[in-house]
Write a protein of this length. Structure first.
Length: 278
């Protein structure tokens, strides 16, 4: 399996966190299982080769979109592939949703919408360009130019609430919501309304999911004891940490980190127990 990330151009760094690509092999005898964890940021994913199936308890299988945007998620889901696959993705900042697609971020929270539905004929042409591109570097250039053109149609490309959204995403500890609102010179009610529009969730829920994502990233950077990891990320106690981890990933944290490889992004993490809850 091959996983790589590509940094965005400097002029898009405030809107695109990074581009990523995942390629791998799978067969009916040796399928690839993957679990998508809860996420505080949206992703725009293109299946350049193959598609995944969504595992559910309902009879029948659901096939993933050929391409589409998955908004911020507070739940996990299980996917699998019986064929070789090649994915290309754009990991966005939450507020890029209204700026690029002209809809509030919360319209896509816990939702996935295919590219043509979001962009019509323009989206279909974009899909074709991405599929026909010779490599992932070219795909990143095509997406950069497309996003740049969409942003150019907006008169306002910033808002005071963007700063606290970024602060929460990159903070290793819990931040004070009232203090963040004060820093924006907004009332608590105004702040929460704007935050929902640009981040997809209330400040409290967004921070809760972002803190979970931080735990994963910290382990990728430097494996540590679970207790140390929990307190380092602002969890008050071990039980609270375990509860949130199971809710957002479906895994017991001890089992997850035992099977996780250091410095491996969880987009490329192969599920170790695909059909049952740990």
């Amino acid at each position: 399996m091959n996983y790589q990330t590509i940094a965005p151009p400097k002029d898009l760094a405030n809107f695109v966190q990074f581009f990523w690509a995942l390629e791998g092999s799978a067969t009916a005898e040796n399928p690839f299982f993957h679990r998508v964890l809860a996420e505080s940021s949206p992703e725009w994913v293109f299946y350049c080769k193959g598609q995944f199936q969504l595992y559910t308890t309902i009879p029948g299988q659901r096939t993933t979109m050929l391409s589409g945007v998955s908004g911020q998620m507070q739940h996990f889901k299980k996917l699998f592939s019986l064929n070789d696959f090649r994915l290309f993705g754009v990991y966005l900042f939450p507020y890029a949703i209204p700026l690029v697609f002209g809809i509030p971020a919360n319209a896509l929270s816990d939702e996935a919408v295919d590219t043509p539905t979001l962009l019509g004929r323009e989206g279909q042409l974009l899909e074709q360009k991405i599929y026909e591109a010779a490599d992932h570097q070219l795909r990143a250039k095509i997406m950069s130019q497309f996003i740049r053109q969409r942003l150019a149609k907006n008169r306002e490309l910033t808002d005071p609430v963007f700063t606290p959204i970024r602060q929460i995403l990159f903070s290793s500890t819990a931040l004070s919501i009232p203090s963040l609102a004060d820093d924006c010179y907004l009332s608590r009610r105004q702040f929460e309304r704007k935050f929902l529009q640009y981040a997809g969730y209330s400040p409290k829920q967004f921070q809760r999911i972002a803190r979970f994502n931080t735990v994963i990233k910290k382990f990728e950077e430097r494996p540590m004891l679970l207790t140390e990891m929990a307190y380092d990320c602002g969890y008050y106690d071990q039980s609270h940490f375990i509860h949130d981890f199971r809710l957002f990933s479906g895994y017991n944290p001890k089992a997850f980190f035992k099977n996780q490889k250091a410095a491996t992004d969880y987009r490329a993490f192969e599920e170790f127990s695909p059909w049952s809850e740990e």
